[in-house]
Structures are given as structure tokens and as C-alpha cells.
Design a protein around this ligand. Structure first.
Ligand code: 13P
Length: 251
């Protein structure tokens, strides 16, 4: 049985005051949820604030990115070790917005995954095709490449700790969710790549989340698909009520 993960990616939103308010409202709504891993990913500057609020609760803390070196003359970067120090257990890596606007490539994503794993963080490793790639029938080719290059040189024991997030770029922030079938098809493909390149055990135990306009209205349909094990939620994670109802999709 794969334990579901519902993660909220706050992106570039929430001051420390707003983060306190959000977590304060969220906690009583999700504190009885014991069948799902609940994760929130605030901006770096409020990680410590949120850590203090979620300590001893069922909410886990993620950062939205990391660098691959532990320390050094790398102005503006944050290392996995520093994220652990700030209270993180998880880190998002390879989000399409990082790939699109900040120059992340399959190669740098691979380095970041290795560094995060070495620091004992659980990576939420994002893959996804653009609209252009989907329309050119290249979805599987793109996802296959992102997976193989992203996971290159990572030992099987460590791959099994990674959570994969399928986020079709055309569904992010557009209100246009992939249909249950479209998402399931890619999730099954991701599992088949893991089976071919790793093992059936790894393929069957790896959790694969869907991301892209997930809302309280569509979470149940997505979660009813065989290969969808959770969600990476953007916009709807910024309000306690909507994020909580996604977390509590099971009723
Ligand atoms: P939205 O839920 O706002 O579409 O964002 C998805 C996402 O990018 C989560 O990482």
C-alpha cells in the first residue's frame, strides 16, 4: 500500500504573518488526518516560522528548491543541509517554474536530487510536459527523458525514497486540470519506466503525485485512479479550507 501524500506548494506567496495565519487555521482542520502525509512548502524566509508552528503535529515541512553544494562561495543559494537545519524533511526539486524561468535542467535537477538524498531529505521530484510537447505527441518522450536523466546514477535504495510529482505544465495555474484518464495514463507510464529501469518493487512502492489545478472538486476523481498517490497543490493550498478539504478527500 502506498501512503498518499498531499503537499501544498505556496510558491512566492505568504509573509510570516500570513503564514502564521494559514498554518493556525490549517492545523485544527487536518490534525486528525493519519492516513495521509501532509506537507507544506513555504518560501525559504518563513521556513523557521512554520517549523515552530508545525513541530509535534502531522504537518511536514518542505522547501521549494535547493542547491547541490553543502556550503561555499555560492551567493544566494541554500543547501540541503541548511534546509534540514531549518526543519525541512522534504524538498521540491525540478518544478517546471524552476525549469522554465531559472535555468534548471535535467542535469542540475539530477545534482539537486543527489544532494537532497545525501542530506536525508525526501525529494518531491517534478516532471511534466508543456502544451507544445503534448500537442506534438511527445509527452512520454519528455517524461521518460526527465525521469531517466533526473535519476541517473542514483542508487536503487535512494530512488525508493523519492516522491515523483507529475505536473503537466499546461495545467499549472490555468484552472485546466488534466482529466483523470490523462493523468492516470502518464502516472502508469512513469511506473512502467521505473519498472524497466529499476525494479517492479521500486515501481510499485514509489509514490507518484499529480499537480496542476488540483481543487477540492477534483481531488476525489484523481485519487480514485490506480496510479495516483496524492497531489502537489499550488493555488488551492494558499487557503486553509481548500487545502484541508483536499487533504481530507477521503471523507
Ligand atoms: P496550481 O495548483 O496552482 O495549478 O499549481 C500546481 C503546482 O505547480 C504545484 O507545484
Amino acid at each position: 500500500m502506498r501512503r498518499p501524500v498531499i503537499a501544498g506548494n505556496w510558491k512566492l506567496f505568504k509573509s510570516s504573518v500570513e503564514a502564521r495565519e494559514l498554518v493556525g487555521s490549517l492545523l485544527p482542520l487536518v490534525n486528525r488526518t493519519d492516513t495521509v502525509d501532509v506537507v507544506v512548502a513555504p518560501v525559504f524566509t518563513v521556513l523557521a516560522t512554520v517549523r515552530d508552528l508545525v513541530q509535534g503535529t502531522n504537518i511536514r515541512l518542505a522547501a521549494q528548491d535547493c542547491f547541490w553544494e553543502e556550503e561555499g562561495a555560492f551567493t544566494g543559494e541554500v543547501s540541503p543541509k541548511m534546509l534540514v537545519d531549518a526543519g525541512c524533511s522534504h524538498v521540491i526539486i525540478g518544478h517546471s517554474e524552476r525549469r522554465q524561468y531559472f535555468g534548471d535542467t535535467d542535469d542540475t535537477v539530477n545534482k539537486k536530487l543527489k544532494a537532497a538524498l545525501a542530506a536525508d531529505l525526501i525529494p518531491l521530484f517534478c516532471v511534466g510536459e508543456t502544451l507544445e510537447e503534448r500537442e506534438a505527441d511527445k509527452t512520454f518522450e519528455v517524461i521518460g527523458r526527465q525521469l531517466k536523466k533526473g535519476l541517473a546514477g542514483i542508487h536503487d535504495d535512494l530512488v525508493s525514497r523519492i516522491v515523483i510529482a507529475y505536473e503537466p505544465v499546461w495545467a499549472i495555474g490555468t484552472g485546466k486540470t488534466a482529466s483523470n484518464q490523462q493523468a492516470q495514463e502518464v502516472h502508469a507510464f512513469i511506473r512502467s519506466v521505473l519498472c524497466e529501469t529499476r525494479s517492479r518493487t521500486i515501481a510499485e512502492s514509489t509514490r507518484i503525485l499529480y499537480g496542476g489545478s488540483v481543487k477540492p472538486e477534483n481531488i476525489r476523481g484523481l485519487m480514485s485512479q490506480t496510479d495516483i498517490d496524492g497531489a502537489l497543490v499550488g493555488g488551492a493550498s494558499l487557503k486553509a479550507e481548500s487545502f484541508a478539504s483536499i487533504v481530507n478527500y477521503g471523507g
